[in-house]
Design a protein around this ligand. Sequence first.
Ligand SMILES: Cc1cc2nc3c(=O)[nH]c(=O)nc-3n(C[C@H](O)[C@H](O)[C@H](O)COP(=O)(O)OP(=O)(O)OC[C@H]3O[C@@H](n4cnc5c(N)ncnc54)[C@H](O)[C@@H]3O)c2cc1C
Length: 529
Amino acid sequence: MYDEEVPVLIVGGGPVGLSAALFLSAQGVAPLLVEKRDGTSLLPRAPGLQARTMEIFRSVGIVDDVRALELGDSHSYFDGGIIRVRTFADIDDAEVIEAPQLDGAAISPEQVMGCGQDRYEQVLLKAATDRGARILHSTRLISFEQDDDGVTSIVENKGQRRTIRSRYLVGADGAKSGVRSTLGLGTTGRGSVFHAMSIYFRSPELTELLEERRFILCYATATGSPVGLSRLHGCDPWAAAALYQPDKGESPADFTPERCAEIVRAISGLPDMSVDVVATVPWEGAQRVAESFQSGRVFLAGDAAHVHPPAGGFGANTGIHDAHNLAWKLAAVLRNEAGPALLASYDAERRPLGEAMSEQALVRNRIRHGHETRTGSAGDRIIDDIVITLGYRYRSSAVAGGADTGPLPPELDLSGEPGSRAPHVWLTRDGTRLSTLDLFGRGWVLLTSGQEWHAAANAVRSEVPLRAHLVGPAGELQEIGEDWASAYGVKTDGAVLVRPDGFVAWRAESGSPSPDKILSGLLSRLTNH
Ligand SMILES: Cc1cc2nc3c(=O)[nH]c(=O)nc-3n(C[C@H](O)[C@H](O)[C@H](O)COP(=O)(O)OP(=O)(O)OC[C@H]3O[C@@H](n4cnc5c(N)ncnc54)[C@H](O)[C@@H]3O)c2cc1C
């Protein structure tokens, strides 16, 4: 009846779908991914990989492959911040409009990195395939239906239709998600905010002019409305984004190669500059958040779940974090290490964040473009990028305890609070240095210096996999300076339970008379097992 049966069907092979394929296969679940294009992205579109994204890549063993794509030191470009000029020829008078803090050696073992989507998607594709995922290009999802036991999808490749049966379906099919519309899920948010045309071009003169300049994004105002120019190290060609107004009769067709070259010359302040326009891509800056990220056995991730203006560079990163949050939960349910109700925590954790982050993208958009958004004000307070990218919080049935600060607390607080990303502390094992973050990834982890907690964790009889790590003279892990227990907000006889995605699920400040009962109760409660 079915041409193929798979545990998970992923629709869309952009950064988010490919990440979902990689994270699932790293969890031992081999998904099938269908992508209607014939390969990975040809354009650098989303060039900024946040420190948290690099931590996630580290946890699945691809961080060195992604780092190898870096051309020179991309970090210095992030240090340059977001700047504004009249023309690029006036770059010496640039005004710094945002200087975000994006990482820090005490906070993370990883750093933000610049690299085009066209390059890192290839690493994701290879790593996912190597770990067992199957990726079918030139294959489009035509339709799907779900019932109590699974999802039946029709996909088409070169005119040939096939029926795929899966236990779950992940819609990572981008901003115009057909999966979302088939589910009948509406969106909240301000909708369309602006229209832009990305002009990808090469110009040796501009490259020479800006050779020594470091910036994430440079806005030039010479043409009246700001045109953003970006080319982080690791991205080629240059990308300039010019706004246009459909309600004034303007359209993508107005952006002929000649006009694009004129725009680029005007904002460069070099009238005779050579400009080779490589590609033009129209896009819409919008805020839309799906009213639910789950409908039965179908989940939305990435732009399919939330779109926001690119200001802040949150889009692909947030989507990759969605995929990471979803993958371990799907894998746990498929392996019968969690009850299906665990999956509801995906929407509970990721949707409030999608809403809050898209608001933050709007605030930045308004500040950078220097005008109110067309459909209203997005508030006026910028929450630090470091909080948005590393300090976000979860509240759901998969977290026990912790203060309800909302998904984006006012400042960075990584001190072991349940619902936050587990703190990074350097330790050693057999003389080799490792981050506490290197202990997380597959299964649940109990981190403790208390013999009682350690023994109880090893004795717990549960189908939920739990690994205990003892830190201290009698343990497998040694401290090398920083006291891990204080960093995690517990005493030396306390314990911290960390989820497979590296988020703190629960902590005990000190010892307990019945640690085994507490742990087995917690594991079944947190996993709905
Ligand atoms: C100018 C610009 C700059 C940006 N800069 C940044 C940045 O610095 N950092 C950042 O994080 N984000 C940035 N973004 C946002 C980022 O590009 C997106 O958020 C990201 O690409 C979303 O990834 P995705 O995988 O969810 O969706 P997409 O990349 O849109 O991928 C969806 C895929 O699904 C496929 N698909 C759709 N329908 C079907 C179907 N029926 N069957 C099969 N396949 C299907 C599509 O072909 C597509 O490949 C930027 C965006 C723009 C426009």
